[in-house]
Design a protein around this ligand. Structure first.
Ligand code: F6P
Length: 331
């Protein structure tokens, strides 16, 4: 089959760099004489027919913008048989030959279900959490890290001035990658991640704070991944056990916004371009196998792809080595 029209959507939580990916998809498609349509608010747009043509100029001046110009949503109706059938029907009615879906795990599960119903999809991983097992990197992670780092640097100024302990909660859902990397980059004294839920607070934190205090240090930063779920209790316990005045700062959604970093713009552009070329090459093969839907991934520094069915087999491994390095240098 020759692809004539591609639909592109963003779904799930927004991530800086999504716009750069949309731009790359649209421009690569047009370069190859393929039409593109933008589907608004994730899979919702495919259910409601909220779909618009995208020209070269529609994606001008968006590479530097955070958020997503196609808007995004988590769509419950799409998870039902009825919702899926509406999507399949609308793809046919709008002559959409294939979809590029930009988002996280949930977005790819949707694409896999559509693929099983005959709609060819290519997924592009974009989430600040960097928690997609099959890809070393997800668009938005680097920008979120830099945003969180800037904010924690500011919190350090005030913690230092008051001889306080600041407990900073960062996003990441069930994954601790944002906590680990921002914690290292900001010189946090302790990093708490959901991957190590049973950490012994008395031995690893309270005892260590008291030892470090003896060396003259009077302020402390503790970075906590939100998936640990006990940020406030931890702060109260630290204050009670150490007499350090302690404050909690939850960075929240600010980590999802902002102009994407160079890394996110370049990776998004590469992945968007790769996704369209993959569609062109794979769908033109005569003996096309059942595995016609894919996820674009980064593996060992290379942009490549895997069949969508294989995208869910692997849980991302936490980098315990980096975690150990962090604890050796936080003194
Ligand atoms: O997946 C991205 C993310 O920002 C997570 O880090 C966070 O747990 C979640 O989304 C927040 O979701 P919502 O925007 O729906 O509150």
């Amino acid at each position: 089959m020759n692809i004539k029209k591609i639909g592109v959507l963003t779904s799930g939580g927004d991530a800086p760099g999504m716009n750069a990916a949309i731009r790359a998809v649209v421009r690569t498609a047009i370069f190859n004489n393929i039409e593109t349509v933008g589907i608004m608010r994730g899979y919702n747009g495919l259910i409601n027919g909220d779909i618009k043509n995208l020209t070269l100029r529609d994606v001008s001046d968006i590479i530097h913008r955070g958020g997503t110009t196609l808007f995004t949503a988590r769509c419950l109706e799409f998870k039902t048989e009825e919702g899926l059938n509406k999507v399949v029907k609308n793809c046919k009615d709008y002559n959409i030959d294939a979809l590029v879906v930009i988002g996280g795990d949930g977005t790819f599960r949707g694409a896999r279900d559509l693929s099983a119903r005959g709609i060819t999809c290519v997924g592009i991983p974009a989430t600040i959490d960097n928690d997609i097992g099959c890809s070393d990197y997800t668009i938005g992670f680097d920008t979120a890290l830099n945003t969180a780092m800037e904010m924690i640097d500011k919190l350090r100024d005030t913690a230092q001035s008051h001889d306080r302990c600041t407990v900073v909660e960062v996003m990441g859902r069930r994954a601790g990658y944002i906590a680990l990397e921002t914690g290292i980059a900001c010189g946090a004294t302790f990093i708490i991640v959901p991957e190590i839920p049973d950490i012994d607070i008395d031995n690893n934190i309270i005892k260590k704070i008291k030892e470090i205090q003896k060396t003259g240090k009077k302020h402390f930063i503790i970075v906590v991944g939100e998936g640990y779920k006990k940020t406030n209790e931890l702060a109260e316990y630290v204050q009670a056990q150490t007499n350090l005045e302690t404050r909690v700062a939850v960075l929240g959604h600010v980590q999802r916004g902002g102009s994407p970093s160079v890394k996110d713009r370049v990776t998004a552009t590469h992945m968007g371009n790769y996704a369209v070329n993959l569609l062109i090459n794979k769908t033109s093969q005569v003996n096309q196998t059942q595995n016609k839907s894919y996820v674009v991934i980064v593996k060992n520094g290379e942009v490549t792809s895997i069949p969508i069915e294989d995208a869910f087999n692997k849980q991302k491994e936490f980098d315990y080595n980096l975690y150990n390095i962090a604890s050796q240098v936080s003194l």
